[in-house]
Ligand binder design. Structure first.
Ligand code: NAG
Ligand code: NAG
Ligand code: NAG
Length: 183
């Protein structure tokens, strides 16, 4: 946690130091609106519980867990887990990745690179190219929870070969991160 927080703030530090490195996508949002399909119905969604960044180059370094995702080209991937609640019984779970641009999100985060990502573990045919200012459906399927279960944990892994993506899961203004909507 401490190491991760440090890394996160190092990234923030470099954003401040090198503003020219930020992709300029502000023109896409025309102000305050969230991406299409990029908002949550507050009665029937749940959020990622936990995210654990893992490094290919330093596999023995434990980074702890947090609500911060850290993905770097061919190195850090982030394991995310979600716990499907009992209300998912006989329902469909829609896993979404919401990536408002910075103006829509209302705070800064890092997204730099062409945007090729891979999902492992919980995906039926996700887009391989992600850009800011959009909302993506990663998986649609039965929630899978059985009668009597208190919750069912689902785990996924997000990696990239060419893009740095560092953000804190948030539901402020336009939500950012992984969410599941139950329908
Ligand atoms: C938004 O959601 C609707 C209903 O699921 C879908 O038809 C539409 O294509 C989505 N829009 C985008 C930009 O993904
Ligand atoms: C869920 O589906 C099963 C099998 O179709 C059915 O027997 C059960 O009554 C359903 N439960 C609820 C709460 O809808
Ligand atoms: C990353 O992967 C995508 C899709 O497989 C590929 O098109 C792209 O060239 C790769 N980029 C790098 C830098 O390897």
């Amino acid at each position: 946690m401490t190491t991760l927080t440090l890394i996160f703030f190092l990234f923030l530090g470099s954003i401040t130091a090198n503003p020219i490195a930020l992709p300029h996508r502000y023109h896409k949002s025309h102000g305050q609106e969230c991406p299409e399909n990029g908002t949550l119905d507050h009665t029937n969604h749940f959020s990622v519980q936990n995210m654990v960044p893992v490094s290919a180059s330093q596999p023995t370094v434990a980074l702890g867990s947090s609500i911060t995702a850290l993905i770097t080209p061919n190195d850090y991937c982030t394991i995310f887990n979600l716990v499907v609640p009992p209300s998912g019984l006989n329902k469909t779970c829609n896993l979404e990745l919401l990536i408002p641009d910075r103006e829509q999100a209302g705070f800064n985060y890092m997204f730099a690179g062409p945007g090729h990502f891979t999902f492992t573990g919980y995906a039926f045919g996700p887009p391989s190219l992600l850009t800011t200012g959009n909302a993506y459906v990663i998986n649609v399927g039965p929630c899978g929870i059985q009668p009597g279960m208190e919750g069912m944990e689902v785990i996924g892994l997000l990696c990239s070969n060419d893009t740095t993506f560092v953000y804190q899961q948030s539901e402020r203004k336009c939500p950012i991160g992984f969410f599941v909507t139950i329908t």
